[in-house]
Design a protein around this ligand. Structure first.
Ligand code: GDP
Length: 407
């Protein structure tokens, strides 16, 4: 490996502007974020998403749809282009209506897992294409799991779901409708949820601080965020006018109002800061570099591409390079196989053409032979006929010729 020397420039070359170029380019291109929401009907999913993004992403729903017993989990997708200070975000929300709404909720996570896997599969297939010009990335960047505000602890269905999904997606468990619990109830509820999560070794998304790069504000934010997990949130599509004339999102009660954005009453603001303001890119990055990589490795192993799976047990650049080389070889093999298939096809076509012309030649030869045979036979017949008609010359004929009988 060649040694790298550190050089500090005396003059100005200009690459310190590179981050600005990246910044400008990404602003021009815009960003994509795909969020999945899971929780039983009427738990507050659409209200919270519309509140978080200040946009009506979820269409109006009829109450009857919300309350009826579902036959199973469906997957529906909604997308919206949101502009915030001239930065464009293509937000896709994947809803899972029907989850937890059946009489028997066993396996209600299966369609959700299948959906997440199929998004990974689609990405993997695009990556393995020889030309991957424009990869469509539909992978789920985060999953908000809505915990019912029971005040007890996680239910069996919550545990089963979280246990099955934590290796596939960034999980953000939240307690919905926090206004239905008192602040004391919330403290105990959060503790029991965290205890369940830890007892079952469930990995949830937690912001990490890199002291080297993060500024003080981010470090402080991260600390506060960690202290509020699982976030207890309130959502509202309605605005209330305050005495100072400002309009705020809030829920109205006979005794007063609760502002959605009030950190004293709920964690909506912390959730929004974590999800959108501070860690949207971290969520995307973790999905790509950890969750998807794991899925990709397992898929390739299942396809038998690697015999020795111990190579993935630790980070080792040489082994990673080896993996890349193997992938490259697989691509080459695929290409070679495709070229071979085309070649074989061409050979088969040529052979069949040759065979056809050989058959034609043979049949023409046969026709010609038959016709010659016919001609030969006809000539023979003619000859026989002529021979049959020809009599031998008699003495009388000779006399006639000499004129003896003309006397
Ligand atoms: P979804 O079926 O999970 O999408 O639930 P919705 O968002 O449609 O909410 C169902 C009902 O719960 C609606 O009447 C909402 O106004 C109400 N709701 C939503 N969020 C909250 C909340 O934070 N607190 C309270 N008390 N009600 C809420």
């Amino acid at each position: 490996m060649s040694a790298i020397t550190k050089k500090t420039l005396k003059g100005h070359v200009g690459f310190s502007n590179y981050p600005d170029q990246v910044h400008r380019k990404s602003i021009k291109k815009g960003f994509n974020f795909t969020l999945m929401v899971v929780g039983e009907a009427s738990i507050g999913k659409s209200t919270l998403i519309n509140t978080l993004f200040e946009t009506k992403i979820f269409p109006e729903r009829e109450d009857s749809v919300v309350t009826e017993l579902s036959k199973g989990v469906e997957i529906t997708t909604m997308s919206a282009d949101i502009l915030d200070n001239n930065v464009k975000l293509r937000l896709t929300v994947v809803d899972t209506p029907g989850f937890g709404n059946s009489l028997n909720n066993d396996n209600s996570w299966t369609p959700i897992i299948e959906n997440i896997d199929s998004r990974f599969d689609s990405y993997l297939a695009q990556e393995n294409r020889l030309i991957h010009s424009k990869i469509q990335d539909n992978r789920i960047d985060a999953l908000i799991y809505f915990i019912k505000p029971t005040g007890h602890s996680l239910r069996q269905i919550d545990i089963e779901f979280l246990k099955r999904l934590h290796t596939k997606v960034n999980l953000i468990p939240i307690i919905s409708k926090a206004d239905t619990l008192t602040s004391e109830e919330l403290v105990g509820f959060k503790q029991r949820i965290l205890a369940d999560i830890s007892a079952h070794n469930i990995q949830i998304f937690k912001p990490t601080t890199t002291d080297l790069y993060d500024d003080l504000e981010t470090i402080r934010d991260n600390k506060e965020t960690l202290s509020k997990i699982p976030f207890a949130v309130i959502g509202s599509e309605n605005f209330v006018e305050l005495p100072d004339g400002s309009r705020v999102r809030a829920r109205k009660y006979p005794w007063g109002i609760i502002q959605v954005d009030d950190p004293e009453t709920n964690d909506f603001r912390t959730l929004r800061r974590m999800l959108i303001y501070n860690h949207m890119e971290d969520l995307r990055d973790y999905t790509n570099t950890v969750l998807y990589e794991e899925y990709r490795t397992q898929s390739l192993l299942a396809m038998g591409h690697f015999q020795d799976n111990s190579v993935f047990k630790e980070y080792n650049p040489a082994l990673i390079a080896e993996e890349d080389r193997k992938l490259h070889d697989i691509k080459l093999q695929k290409m070679e196989a495709e070229m071979n298939a085309v070649f074989q096809q061409k050979v088969v076509e040529k052979e069949s053409k040759l065979k056809q012309s050989e058959e034609e030649l043979y049949s023409r030869h046969k026709d010609m032979k038959l016709s010659l045979e016919k001609q030969r036979k006809a000539l023979e017949d003619k000859k026989k006929l002529i021979e049959a008609n020809a009599r031998p010359v008699t003495p009388m004929d000779k006399s006639k010729k000499k004129g003896l009988f003309n006397l």
